[in-house]
Design a protein around this ligand. Structure first.
Ligand SMILES: Cc1cc2nc3c(=O)[nH]c(=O)nc-3n(C[C@H](O)[C@H](O)[C@H](O)COP(=O)(O)OP(=O)(O)OC[C@H]3O[C@@H](n4cnc5c(N)ncnc54)[C@H](O)[C@@H]3O)c2cc1C
Length: 405
């Protein structure tokens, strides 16, 4: 089949690669001049296929519009019994995605920054009470974890500052920490070797469903436009999906949730003992995550409101950097810090829309929220199966866009 993909974030690139591996002729369009330039650019890199209840909406945001509206919808969705079933499906996709990535890593010698282990720190006794909600959820999904006493924290994160020790920690040993943009670049290179064509700097201005399905596009730098017909098109448009689907007549409650990160070189990365986090560490009260990426460390604030300047304000950066100094005082030196702010497309039930759309020839792989990295491979596999008309697992119905119609 000749397949067009709109969006070259981690989801679009993974989908393109899987379809190319199956012998399809694939073309990918992205309005940005490089791949993974929007949501997939600089997130925390956690490969956890499910949300943890304790790391939901920051308490401050629950009072403010439009977040309070979002929080209400999310809380309502989480009460439905099907919510857990859907999370189970995501765990399955996450596991398949990891196997997919491991196989590709060894067959194509992929090289990208990767660590393992996620520690959720409970700074005080009050936050420790949140363990129950998280462990109930992890037990129900069969995901491994360990509850750590303050004394045990140093065994998983040797450089963690323990002079004023946190009350405890929840450790997820199997969660990977991956540089998503670097991975997307590697996957793209393989897809290109297999013949996938990437049209970068090219905005898709119209999607016309049908057999064939048509993408009307415009090259932004060269004032060149055209249209291409495909046997099928897959929309992986991140936060722009909402407007695109609305123009086709489908209103999804997609919400562009903002966040930000700082990425800094580690001071003395070759020092013994290593001064930085070994995997990822999240401070549960603030939600800030410190992730190890090669010889750098990334501090992510999952709830920072967008700043008009397109990067987190100095005040916000200082607050984020303070978390690094608090927990890994020897790790940073404040130089050459890269600041980023971004958004991710999230749905209130914490799950993506994956599979057929109501229109002939148009397929959807979007709305992955905070699980986009963890679900990229599994979503690509499921989408490719469905698009080829293969028998798909019953539980994938839970991710259909029909749930919002
Ligand atoms: C602060 C923050 C932290 C995060 N942390 C994590 C984490 O720890 N773990 C995790 O799994 N996920 C995390 N995420 C979420 C994760 O980054 C996203 O789920 C994932 O990147 C989504 O990938 P995507 O390909 O769907 O979207 P994107 O990467 O946004 O890609 C969509 C692409 O579509 C293109 N596009 C849109 N419209 C058009 C058009 N009309 N024509 C052409 N191109 C178009 C855009 O240019 C863009 O490149 C985080 C996100 C943020 C913002």
């Amino acid at each position: 089949m000749h397949i067009g993909i709109v969006g070259a974030g981690l989801i679009g690139v993974s989908t393109a690669l899987e379809l190319s591996l199956r012998g399809h002729r694939v073309e990918v369009f992205d309005q940005r001049s490089g791949i993974a330039a929007e949501s997939s650019f600089a997130g925390a890199g956690l490969w956890c296929p499910t949300v943890l209840p304790s790391l939901g909406l920051h308490p401050d945001w629950r009072q403010r519009a439009p977040w309070n509206h979002w929080a209400r919808r999310q809380a309502q969705a989480r009460k439905a019994p099907v919510w857990r079933e859907r999370q189970q499906t995501l765990v399955r996709l996450g596991q398949q995605g990891q196997q997919w990535l491991d196989a590709l890593t060894s067959s194509h010698r992929l090289e990208f920054e990767q660590r393992q282990g996620w520690l959720i720190l409970r700074p005080d006794a009050r936050s420790l009470r949140q363990d129950a909600a998280d462990t109930n959820h992890l037990d129900a999904l069969g995901l491994p974890y360990r509850l750590l006493t303050p004394k045990e924290l140093g065994a998983v994160e040797p450089a963690l500052q323990l002079q004023a020790p946190p009350a405890g920690g929840l450790y997820l040993p199997e969660v990977r920490v991956i540089n998503g943009r670097q991975l997307a670049q590697q996957l793209r290179a393989v897809a290109q070797q297999l013949g996938t064509v990437f049209h970068l700097g090219t905005e898709v201005s119209q999607i016309v469903a049908g057999r064939p399905a048509t993408l009307r596009w415009q090259h932004l730098g060269e004032a060149r436009s055209g249209e291409t017909r495909f046997d099928a098109v897959v929309l992986c448009m991140g936060t722009a999906s909402s407007a695109a689907l609305q123009s086709l007549g489908l209103r999804l409650p997609l919400f562009a949730r903002p966040g930000a990160s700082l990425t800094a070189p580690l001071s003395l990365p070759e020092a013994m003992p290593d001064p930085g986090p070994q995997g990822a560490v999240t401070e549960s009260t603030q939600g800030l995550t410190l992730s190890r990426l090669g010889v750098r460390v990334r501090i992510t604030d999952p709830w920072l409101a967008p700043d008009a300047q397109g990067r987190p304000s100095l005040r916000a950066q200082t607050r984020m950097y303070a978390a690094l100094e608090r927990w890994f005082p020897e790790a940073g030196h404040g130089a050459q810090v890269q600041a980023w702010q971004g958004q991710r497309a999230s749905l209130p039930d914490d799950a993506p829309v994956l599979g057929a759309s109501p229109w002939t020839g148009v397929w959807l792989n979007l709305g992955h929220g905070d699980q986009g990295s963890a679900l990229a491979g599994g979503s690509a596999l499921a989408l490719a199966d469905a698009l080829q008309g293969e028998a798909i697992a019953d539980d994938l119905q839970l991710l259909s866009c029909e749930r919002w119609r």
